[in-house]
Design a protein around this ligand. Structure first.
Ligand SMILES: *Cc1c(COP(=O)(O)O)cnc(C)c1O
Length: 365
């Protein structure tokens, strides 16, 4: 089998663990525990291990194969399935996870039945849709009825809490008011069942803003956090939070230069569509020095999601397997065989870690 050295993504495990610890400790001061969400690095087990070592309460992912990978690696925390289960995966949900997020009565019935077959009890968190319009009960009367159904008639399930997700589809902010709505729902359910819920799970990284501002409603005690630990970039870039207490140097993407030439900046000939059927605009800046590197959209998704670390290097285009860089103003004299480094964000991190052409190199000091 060919063994390629580049493209390569370096992952600094020590930096990642420090990030987990910083966020776990910050949340702890406000009575909040963290489910460490591993899907941002496609569930890489060695990254998941840092969530364990850094003090997360559980390991969470949207995908069962990532949970299985972490289990096989020997991580002994409870496992949470983030995506509402597919009916077709119920046996594996019961086999591999301890707790799942849910919004459908028929799925809960199937979980209950399967848990019985496997002689297990499975915990469930019922999701409330508070306006972001992805998963969760919109009708809160229905949610209450289903909660009571689980409580009273599903002997293999434990109703362990309520949760919500904000921001991912509808871009809705996790404000104090929104999360207070979740607490109201939780307390209605508690009143109806006569006992306290173990978890009120107030969202993902976007809810960390409430922790940073110190105005998270008191009863919210679990956040499911991925980006805010893996990269700690979004709260800074989109919302202006000072995230300098987190390490932003966990990842380093390396790609190799395969061509360096002076070429026109505007294509020459009759223009139609590019490799992906699009009609990009090309800015004519005359003849400029450019480099081609051996990495493309198949590896990282979209060229807007990787960020050159070398001064004067700008990405001007990409196709499946190539990325074109303007290096006219580069501070270094680049040539084929040279390696360029890039920072990543959540979108490119997901693609890069999921791409079998990209080598992952772990750094442990
Ligand atoms: C992905 C996901 C999360 C984690 O999101 P981050 O923004 O990476 O913290 C939390 N909850 C659910 C339901 C998710 O699907």
């Amino acid at each position: 089998m060919v063994k390629q050295q580049y493209p390569r993504l370096e992952v600094n495990l020590k930096a990642l663990k420090e990030n987990v610890e910083s966020m776990v400790n910050l949340c702890k001061t406000q009575g909040v525990e963290i489910a460490g969400v591993t899907k941002g690095t496609t569930g890489l087990a060695r990254c998941a291990k840092m969530f364990e070592l850094g003090g997360c309460k559980m390991i969470a992912s949207s995908r069962l194969e990532q949970i299985e990978e972490a289990r096989d690696y020997g991580i002994e925390l409870p496992y949470m399935l983030l995506r509402v289960p597919m009916i077709s995966e119920i046996p594996e949900v019961i086999r591999l996870t301890d707790i799942s997020l849910n919004s459908e009565l028929s799925v809960l019935q199937a979980l209950n039945e399967e848990a019985g077959l496997q002689s297990k009890t499975h915990e469930v968190i019922l999701m409330a849709d508070l306006g972001d319009l992805r998963e969760g009960f919109w009708d809160k009367e229905e949610m209450l009825e289903v909660a009571l159904e689980v409580e009273n008639n599903m002997e293999n399930l434990i109703l362990s809490g309520v949760g919500t997700n904000l921001g991912c589809y509808g871009s809705v902010l996790a404000t104090e008011e929104k999360l207070a709505e979740l607490v109201v729902i939780a307390e209605r359910i508690e009143k109806a069942t006569g006992h306290e819920l173990k978890y009120i799970s107030g969202g993902a990284t976007s809810s960390l803003m409430r922790v940073l501002d110190g105005d998270l409603p008191k009863r919210v005690n679990l956040l499911r956090c991925g980006e805010g630990i893996l990269l700690a970039r979004d709260l800074d870039i989109f919302y202006g939070y000072d995230m300098s207490f987190m390490r932003q140097d966990v990842y380093n993407l390396k790609a190799e230069i395969i061509e360096v030439k002076d070429k026109p900046t505007h294509p020459v000939g009759e223009l139609a569509v590019d490799a992906f059927g699009k009609r990009p605009e090309y800015l004519d800046r005359g003849i400029r020095k450019r480099a081609l590197i051996g990495i493309g959209k198949v590896d990282y998704g979209s060229m807007e999601e990787i960020f050159p670390k070398t001064c004067g290097v700008n990405i001007i285009g990409a196709s499946s397997d190539h990325t074109i860089l303007d290096i006219e103003d580069c501070c270094e004299d680049l040539k084929p065989g040279d390696i360029l480094e890039f920072a990543v964000n959540y979108a490119s991190l997901v693609y890069l870690t999921n791409c079998k052409n990209v080598q992952i190199e772990y750094i442990e000091d």
